[in-house]
Write a protein of this length. Sequence first.
Length: 698
Amino acid sequence: MACEVKTTCPYCGVGCGVIARVDDEGSVSVKGDPEHPANFGRLCSKGSALAETLDLDGRLLHPEIGGRRAGWDEALNLVARRFAETIAEHGPDSVAFYVSGQLLTEDYYVANKLMKGFIGSANIDTNSRLCMSSSVAGHRRAFGSDTVPGAYEDLELADLVVLTGSNLAWCHPVLYQRLAAAKASRPEMKVVVIDPRRTMTADIADMHLALAPDSDVALFNGLFAHLAVSGAVDQNYISAHTRGFAEAFAAVSALDLAELSALTGLSQAQLRDFFRLFETTEKVVTCYSQGVNQSASGTDKVNAIINCHLATGRIGRPGMGPFSLTGQPNAMGGREVGGLANMLAAHLDIEKSVHRDLVRRFWGAPALAGKPGLKAVDMFRAVADGRIKALWIMATNPVVSMPDADAVEAAIRACPFVVVSDILRETDTARHAHVLLPSLGWGEKDGTVTNSERRISRQRAFLDAPGEARPDWWQLAEVGRRMGFSQAFAHASPAEVFAEHAALSGFENDGRRDFDIGAHAAIDKAAYDDLKPFQWPQPRGTQPRERRFFAEGGFYHADGRASFVAVDASVSRRANDTYPYTLNTGRVRDHWHTMTRTGKSARLSAHIAEPFAEIHPRDAEKLAVADADLMRIESPYGRAIVRALITERQAEGSLFVPMHWNDQFASKGRIDALVPPVTDPVSGQPASKNVAVKATRF
Ligand code: SF4
């Protein structure tokens, strides 16, 4: 029977509302939800092609053990037994979960509870480590919490929007549409794009600053010094709500324009113009994404940006604030349930005994993890050297997406016991699994996701579960029950999981913790089914309301103040005589992650059919490469073969290659095989934007 269901797009962190319609013949069509506050009816190319990705081609439809079909009981018993045996013999830190920002919050919650509360290890990390963990670390250093202060509306209300390390037009297209519409209706609004490449986003910019790779800290430290010297800082805000201004200023005060120009590759005139524009515009939003986060200095970059907003008091007011744009549809939900190895559930801190005690009591946990677990890169190193002997991977494809991807593949292949939960049978990762568990995909599963502006929305099922596929939260709860934790994993529905998650967020929360959705602690199935998109926080006894954080201080460090962080402006140049080009990886407009879904749509694949390397004309001439020639790109870690795309949008001396293609879609297109396992020392996020490579005509 025909039906219409309101749900949420499963791709990027904008989190657009979608209306899915199933007609009498079972055909699905989608359109944007005009009532959803993230998109007001808009969809981008990926969202509008969702119905084209729902066929069952390639789907994993029943559990498998060692390549043969198995029943759920047999498969789940085996997973529970092998994890229990490994833990009994080698301890809880000998097992790990590697999960995903594609999981729904309910899946994430149960995974985190099982690993951190009942197995007794914090070895659960997520592909969100590759996406926004530097933003999390920067927020926590500055605010004492992982809080995004603003809302999408701020991009429309601002008089200056600074986009740094963000190709908004391709990576958050609906937010870009909102910004472009606002600028069209208020042409006096200014947009500055800071990116080594002249991306499509730069086409609406009043100023494009093609800074040198990884010189963002230098640029924002220079801005901070300029604001302080020119008297543009807000002394009242600094005195009332912050600490550490003098130390942070001391770290930047000696920088002069000539030095900044040398570090950033920008002219002194460009620097002066940008600094002056920021100084003289009250309503400024600075948006940052993977170009900031995916760096060995990602956390410092985030704090350099936040320093400028704290110094001017431009935070938490309409049209003002630093704004981290998450890549994945539920990176934020994962943060809320503690899906990162260094966090606890409900934005609590695993390194604080008082927080561990709170979670232990709430869960009745017998073995709450006492220390942070292994972050993604270290986790796969531990798999490689045999410290981790049982690994459960859910909804992600690390053999394509992790840095040093060949080494990750070798590690997974050699691991004694690997479980993969996925919707597809043949991914680069799934082929190394001992046990395959069929999961539900978009349109089949029920749960919640949180977008970049802290808005929680429902994903709703409108299709029957195919074959024997089951939700991820159910698989985890079943294994928890079979490991002897029946009472703690007795959830019968995602609504029950969400209610428990909400109750924990409000448990002994007197307002000193940012994440509180205690109003939903007693939600029943009917209310859950009807849940409208809402922004957190929503404490017990309150109605949903839009709010911003920190306009009047109220930070989450113990003294209630924000912390300026003194950050180092030095720039590491990785290119060298042997590997003279700087490789920058990223996304294209019409594909998502490793293309396991968007690759099914002929329309999306028509936009860009093959992996490519953007190369500047002078570099192409030096290499005797013509447009569409094949190029070999190599680093000490791996090599890829891609087509040349000659363009002046690319800075001389650097190459851009998208991260989507795997060896299924294009032979040797797996660019993450070239990325070294270099990480930010604070966040553990890999540096995927500044890789030294050499390039030749193939
Ligand atoms: Fe989906 Fe993001 Fe496009 Fe919105 S902008 S439709 S969330 S991919």
